[in-house]
Design a protein around this ligand. Structure first.
Ligand SMILES: *Cc1c(COP(=O)(O)O)cnc(C)c1O
Length: 239
């Protein structure tokens, strides 16, 4: 397996992936929008990849945060099935639908690929109650619309507040965002500990190579405000 690092803008490096393809390449795994950065690759980049990669290579596109993506040039994998039939698009009910507890996700692919997947998957399928709940969730379009709206308002609020506080952040296409706490390599950990004691849990991302950044889940309005209140307090202790 070959890992292709992200670009310096923290985006999946499509040109790097194209350069890494050899006649032995069987599968390429993509994620869009990306976790934990919230960044995305564009339609233009995706189309370039599709034009370059041989048809027999299987493209796996993880679109767990698809519902939150609102950039006009975000490529919905579903629209490209005819350009590259050997594609597996993975989605989940765990994020925008708020149903991680039912452990339900799905993939969209060709009958041929699905047949191979059925041969190797565990003997028992995802449970019946989860399937019923999933179908009900898909019909509840108001819930989904509201979740997307709350997330969008939350991210705009957080962008504004981070800018006010002079904090670098990555604009996001997901329901979380990455922000830079400070220059010190321990700053991510220090801020995480401070917030934890105030009852706000964020995600350290040192294991992804970002020791002085944190990942924040976008919450409800009051939760975002609570986070900002304590984060500002933390900054006063270090600046
Ligand atoms: C959450 C997530 C998934 C899917 O998670 P499940 O809860 O197992 O459905 C897949 N990929 C990424 C990048 C995720 O963040």
């Amino acid at each position: 397996m070959k890992l292709v690092p992200q670009t310096k803008e923290h985006v999946v490096d499509i040109d790097g992936l194209i350069a890494a393809v050899t006649p032995k390449t069987k599968m390429i795994c993509l994620i869009n929008p990306n976790n934990p950065t919230g960044t995305y690759y564009t339609k233009e980049k995706f189309e370039k990849l599709l034009k370059t990669v041989p048809q027999e290579v299987v493209l796996v596109v993880d679109e767990a945060y698809f519902d939150f993506a609102d950039a006009p040039d975000y490529p919905n994998g579903f629209d490209y099935r005819n350009m590259h039939p050997n594609m597996i698009i993975c989605r989940t009910l765990s994020k925008a639908f708020g149903l991680s507890g039912i452990r339900l996700g799905y993939a969209i692919s060709t009958p041929e690929i699905v047949d191979y997947m059925n041969r190797v998957r565990e003997p028992f399928n995802t449970n019946l109650l989860a399937q019923v709940a999933g179908i009900a969730a898909f019909k509840d379009t108001d819930y989904l619309k509201n979740a997307i709206k709350v997330n969008k308002e939350g991210k705009e609020y957080l962008y504004k507040e981070f800018t006010r506080l002079g904090i670098e952040y990555l604009p996001t296409q997901g329901n979380f965002m990455l922000f830079k706490v400070g220059e010190a390599q321990t700053s991510g950990r220090d801020c995480y500990d401070y917030l934890l004691h105030k009852g706000v849990i964020v995600r350290p991302v040192a294991n992804y190579g970002f020791p002085n950044w944190l990942r924040l889940s976008i919450g409800l309005k009051e939760q975002n405000e609570t986070f900002i209140k304590y984060f500002e307090e933390f900054l006063k202790t270090v600046r």
